[in-house]
Design a protein around this ligand. Structure first.
Ligand code: 13P
Ligand code: 13P
Ligand code: MG
Ligand code: MG
Length: 373
């Protein structure tokens, strides 16, 4: 059976700053999807990560279906009304356009979709991150799909040792989708060269070279490119199919133990390590640290099992402690150097205005000893 997995995610308001959506807001989105989704969906699952709400849906209408996208958009519009009634912070934050126009891509919400031929058993992982951007997935995907140190299946399993096909997007290009397709392992150094710059080049999709089947879909929305100014972080979502012709679930989860530094916490302007957390976890310290949650499912004939909370296991407490230590280490240097994003990425207009004003005060010293007098 051909099943489409669609996840559409937005921040439409949160309690106490950018912490978490209210129960009433979540309830409204769930209620809307339950009513309006009845004629479109086979199943759905709604969750929050930090202040973001994600609607995971199964259906048979393919990727980019206007009715599915419109229903999700309208669910967030309905949620925004509740957020306004409750006086939540940032009500409607990620709904950057006034009206829906065929597809939520380019309107603010993050979207990741895959149309798959369901295997007899179809395990997949749904990742949602808060206070970071789509480049946060570059390192874990690189490690899980190309590196036998994290994915021993690349040497142990004939099914996956043919490697993977990467589709990488240049998210700095605002006029349209600029992509490149590269194969691992032959183009490994080219893939690495691009993915190290995770503000500019992000993995959009990964495909099995043995079967051509899609393994990964990542949202690539950059809100800054849509709004032209800072409105919130691009908090990405990702779908990853696992086992059999793909890496095992544990091989995909393993790289998240690195707790690598990503862009995004506090005003979208700082680097901090990515912390794996339980489902529906709120945000906290320094509007961070950036969070990643993972709900593991099996889907059969479009019906989802209940989610298994992949980062709830006690093992991840140890990783969380490490990430907390790394967070405090980089926070010790405040806004200096690597702690704050480079100027090219800073989205706050205030710092740009200051730099412009200071620029006028610079002068070229004429005589070498001018300051000595
Ligand atoms: P597959 O049989 O799907 O390759 O899974 C093996 C596995 O789960 C080892 O961890
Ligand atoms: P969100 O994008 O999660 O709303 O975060 C905004 C922010 O920068 C908080 O400091
Ligand atoms: Mg927010
Ligand atoms: Mg958020």
């Amino acid at each position: 059976m051909r099943t489409t997995l669609s996840v559409i995610k937005a921040d439409v308001g949160s309690i106490g700053g950018h912490i978490a959506p209210s129960q009433q807001l979540l309830h409204r989105v769930k209620e809307f999807v339950a009513n309006e989704g009845r004629r479109l969906l086979l199943d759905s699952y709604i969750s929050s990560t930090g202040d973001d709400i994600a609607i995971l849906m199964t259906h048979t209408r393919g990727e980019g279906d206007p009715d599915i996208h419109e229903m999700a958009w309208n669910a967030f519009v309905a949620g925004t009304a509740v957020a306004k009634e409750q006086g939540l912070y940032g009500a409607g934050q990620d709904l950057l356009k006034d009206a829906f126009s065929g597809n939520v891509r380019g309107l603010g919400p993050a979207v990741a979709e895959m149309e798959i031929e369901e295997r007899p058993n179809e395990p997949f992982l749904f990742f949602a991150a808060d206070k970071t951007d789509p480049g946060a997935f570059n390192l874990p995907l690189y490690l899980a799909f190309t590196d036998p140190m994290h994915c021993p299946g690349l040497i142990l399993s004939p099914k996956i040792s043919k490697g993977f096909h990467f589709v990488i997007m240049d998210v700095g290009h605002v006029e349209g989708d600029r992509v490149i397709e590269l194969n691992a392992p032959e183009n490994l150094y080219d893939i690495a060269t691009l993915l190290r710059d995770n503000q500019r080049f992000v993995v959009e999709g990964i495909y099995s070279r043995a079967t051509g089947d899609q393994a990964v879909a990542v949202s690539t929305t950059r809100l800054h490119n849509i709004a032209g100014t800072y409105t919130g972080k691009d908090d990405p979502v990702m779908l990853v199919r696992t086992q059999s012709n793909f890496p095992a679930t544990g091989e995909v989860l393993a790289p998240f133990s690195v707790g690598h530094f990503v862009a995004g916490c506090m005003r979208g302007s700082h680097n901090a390590p990515l912390m794996p957390v339980s489902l529906n976890c709120p945000t906290s310290y320094f509007d961070g640290p950036p969070l990643i949650s993972c709900a593991a499912f099996c889907v059969h004939k479009g019906k989802l099992t209940e989610p298994a909370d992949a980062f709830a296991h006690p093992f991840w407490n140890h990783v969380r402690d490490k990430v907390a230590r790394k967070t405090l280490d980089i926070r010790e240097q405040g806004f200096f150097g690597a702690a704050m994003l480079p100027m090219s990425e800073l989205e706050y207009t205030g710092v740009m205005e200051k730099l412009h004003a200071l620029d006028q005060q610079f002068y070229l010293r004429k005589e070498k000893m001018a300051l000595a007098k």
